[in-house]
Design a binder for this molecule. Structure first.
Ligand code: GTP
Ligand code: MG
Length: 402
């Protein structure tokens, strides 16, 4: 799974990545600090089943911290986008091609309204961040349209002359963008387009189709960043009125500072917490103490957290609707063949079947699947059993190795 971090220059994309992934991407108070994309690995937090089972686990593909399971999620922070980037303005939008495989986007918005569309400083509060949401949506859609257009004439003609399914042809041709055929079909239906006569589609037909496709296939969440600035609260109200998007208040810089102090043992803090505890007061200057008091009062008390962890969890669980499942080889010990207890957590789409999970673990396991066993009830599950959140499942197969 890959989550793309997008937004105009200087909105705080790299700061968000560094806060979430503990990376060291360059951050700067000037536009286009980032040119080459920065990858990172963030973690979604899940209440681990180890508590319910009363076992001490040894995770392999994830981490368990006092009953909270952290599962990795790949992220990519890219260069800033400016209006009309698709025509080559700013750094253009070529770099978005790195995000073809993204499953979802986080749009980092400067909610304090202190930067114009190009990321240049303006009077704090004077810029309406709703404009950023509008133009960024358009640029992402134009990026996808440009990719579709490379093959459009060919695809639309073939669909008509050979009477082939347009959605199937599009899905095949656009496989690099990871659009599923059902999303393509749903977007055509919602845009009320004539699928039998695609050569008649106008530019605005293609635009509305792509806009819907983007929403279905590459969902986007708005991170209203820089909430620590006094001008941000008023803009947040306006951003919340954009009914198409889920908007979450956020202070990437505060999260970065809290995590750094937490890792250095100066404070006790876990991502997503609404409080922290100072452990080594002597390691903090008066200035730092004042800043921490401000973060508690202006961010944590007001919004419940810095928003960074909340945004990542919301994308994975609410928007992409993934559920955690724990494959095990021994349903008694809840372990793998090496004795690791609850070794792995997999994030799978709601509706995934036991057999599909087997394929995700290993192709061989999917092919030689016999049945699955629920570790809680010890009952057999058929290949079509739809997994539930927090299922612990053993896959029984005819392959000698499993
Ligand atoms: N007050 C405040 N400043 C922030 C926050 N997040 C980022 N910044 C500041 O915003 C400026 C830009 O941050 P970056 O993370 O480099 O922004 P970017 O979006 O990656 O910028 P480009 O790579 O140039 O597109 C820096 O001065 C950051 O310190 C925040 O939550 N609050
Ligand atoms: Mg950057």
């Amino acid at each position: 799974m890959l989550i793309g971090i997008v937004g105009k220059p200087s909105s705080g994309k790299s700061t968000f990545l560094n806060a979430a992934c503990r990376t060291a991407a360059k951050v700067g108070a000037y536009p286009f600090t980032t040119i080459e994309p920065n990858p990172g690995t963030a973690f979604v937090s899940i209440e681990c089943v180890c508590k319910e089972f009363g076992v001490q686990d040894n995770p392999r593909n994830s981490v368990c911290r006092e009953g909270t399971r952290l599962a990795p999620v790949d992220m990519l922070d890219v260069a800033g986008l400016v209006p009309d980037a698709h025509t080559g303005r700013g750094r253009g939008n070529q770099f978005l091609d790195e995000l073809r495989r993204a499953d979802a986007f986080i749009h980092i918005v400067d909610a304090s309204g202190s930067l114009d569309a190009e990321g240049r400083d303006v009077e704090p509060g004077s810029w309406d961040p709703c404009k950023d949401v509008e133009f960024l949506e358009r640029e992402i859609v134009m990026w996808i349209i440009q990719i579709i257009q490379r093959d459009w004439r060919h695809i639309s003609r073939r669909a008509e002359t050979e009477r082939l399914s347009l959605s199937k042809l599009l899905a095949e041709k656009l496989s690099g963008l990871d659009f599923e055929e059902r999303s393509i079909r749903a977007a055509m239906l919602e845009a009320k387009l004539k699928t039998k006569k695609p050569t008649d589609w106008s530019e605005s037909d293609l635009f509305s189709f792509t806009q819907i496709l983007r929403r279905l296939a590459k969902p986007m969440i708005i991170a209203a960043n820089k909430m620590d600035r006094p001008q941000a609260a008023a803009h947040l109200e306006k951003l919340h009125q954009l009914s198409e998007y889920q908007v979450i208040p956020c202070s990437a810089a505060s999260e970065f500072a809290l995590r750094t102090l937490g890792e250095n043992g100066v404070i006790e803090y876990q991502p997503g917490d609404s409080r922290f505890k100072i452990l080594r007061s002597e390691a903090l200057s008066d200035d730092e103490k004042q800043q921490l008091t401000r973060v508690q009062k202006e961010i944590l008390d007001k919004y419940g957290s810095t928003g960074v962890q909340h945004i990542i969890n919301t994308i994975v669980f609410d928007i992409l609707q993934l559920i955690p499942v724990y494959p095990v080889e021994d349903v008694g010990k809840l372990s793998d063949h090496d004795g690791n207890v609850l070794p792995d957590v997999f994030l799978v789409p709601r509706g995934t079947t036991a057999r599909q999970l087997a394929f995700k673990i290993h192709t061989d396991l999917g092919e030689t699947f016999i049945h699955a066993i629920d570790a809680r009830t010890k009952k057999r599950l058929s290949e079509n059993y739809e997994l539930k959140a927090n299922d612990c499942i053993r896959i029984v197969s005819s392959a000698a190795t499993h």
